[in-house]
Design a protein around this ligand. Structure first.
Ligand code: 3HC
Length: 311
């Protein structure tokens, strides 16, 4: 009966077994994963917009090619993750409808504008840096397709972070104006990057259950702390200042203490009222509608191929 199945399921989770699409799983486990994986996919795809803004404005051909490759990677990450979500019994159309209707979330960071070239540095360094901290941990998630998608994505992410940090390093070592541009980007992206890890554990709606089912392997605050500790040193090396007056090394804890996140801003942005939410969704809806003919052509082509195969 269901209670026995739940117990058996938890025994498998505790034994570090991977749950595969055809295995029995609690309905809530399935729904939690569809929620998280689809929002992860939406984040990758929406994240293409702020960076896409700067492909035609990159300062050199080399920077343009690197940025183009990174944006293409993000699109690919989105497709892996949509495919992982579909193994849980939801269609691509339903996933996209969830995004367009505002029912599904995506990472709040992408609702901030990318105002200068230095933002490409800050996004690569900090946003991909935060994503890597989260995704390295997620490689050990209990759902097989998600875990394997993470392993593949993590291989590509380190280049994303490296190229962003190199942009920041180059600007910070450039003219006074270039260094000021890099500092301005750090000032605008630092706190929204910390928000990528979600609310404090005590306020996290899903963490307890997600940890029990090993969907989440480390808590929001633990991963956020890891990200802060690594980023402070990286900022120091390139002579930029983290915009947090409360940031201080705590010898006892062996970590940096840091200031409080603006949770009012966090809540506003994740509920659709950030600077670019409407623009990001309008862009995605327009691109999706304009792409309908491609989907129709593929469907028609596949039907013809099936006819030929059958005749
Ligand atoms: N932006 C938007 N929504 C957020 C958020 C953020 N930064 N942080 C939390 N939330 C939402 C959660 O989705 C949840 O809302 P929901 O119930 O409607 O889904 C609510 O706030 C409460 O947060 P919880 O901590 O209870 O939710 P989770 O247990 O799901 O933890 C999470 C949040 C850590 C973001 C987790 O969902 C996660 O690890 N997701 C996968 C990683 C991910 O999506 N990263 C974004 C990647 S962006 C990227 O990689 C592109 C880059 O390469 C450029």
């Amino acid at each position: 009966d269901a209670a026995q199945q739940e117990t058996l399921f938890q025994t498998r989770i505790d034994a570090e077994e991977k749950i595969e699409p055809k295995d029995w799983m609690p309905e809530k486990y399935r729904q939690n994963l569809i929620r998280q994986i689809s929002q992860h996919a939406h984040s990758e795809v929406i994240g293409m917009q702020p960076e896409g803004n700067w492909i035609t404005r990159a300062p050199t051909l080399h920077r343009k090619c690197v940025l183009l490759a990174k944006v293409q990677d993000e699109g690919g990450h989105g497709l892996y993750l949509y495919s992982a979500a579909e193994t849980l019994g939801i269609t691509r159309e339903e996933l996209i409808e969830g995004l367009h209707s505002g029912k599904a979330k995506y990472a709040s960071i992408f609702n901030y504008p990318s105002l200068t070239w230095a933002d490409m540095g800050a996004i690569g360094w900090l946003v991909d840096g935060a994503a890597i901290v989260n995704q390295v941990s997620l490689q050990r998630t209990s759902y097989g397709p998600y875990s394997r998608g993470m392993v593949r994505i993590c291989k590509e992410e380190s280049f994303h972070q490296r190229q962003g940090y190199h942009i920041m390093m180059t600007l910070a070592r450039g003219s006074a104006e270039q260094k000021a541009m890099a500092q301005d980007a750090l000032d605008r992206f630092w706190w929204p990057s910390l928000m990528m890890f979600g609310p404090h554990d005590a306020e996290s709606a899903h963490s307890a259950q997600s940890m029990k089912w090993k969907i989440k392997r480390q808590s929001n605050d633990e991963l956020r702390q890891k990200f802060v500790d690594q980023s402070v040193k990286q900022a120091e090396v390139i002579g930029l200042t983290i915009p947090d007056p409360d940031l201080k090394w705590n010898e006892e804890r062996g970590h940096y203490d840091f200031g409080e996140i603006d949770w009012e801003e966090f809540t506003r942005v994740i509920n659709g009222d950030g600077m670019c939410n409407r623009q990001r969704l309008a862009h995605h809806i327009r691109a999706h509608e304009e792409g309908q003919w491609v989907r129709d052509a593929i469907t028609a082509h596949e039907a013809k191929q099936r006819e030929r195969a059958a005749s």
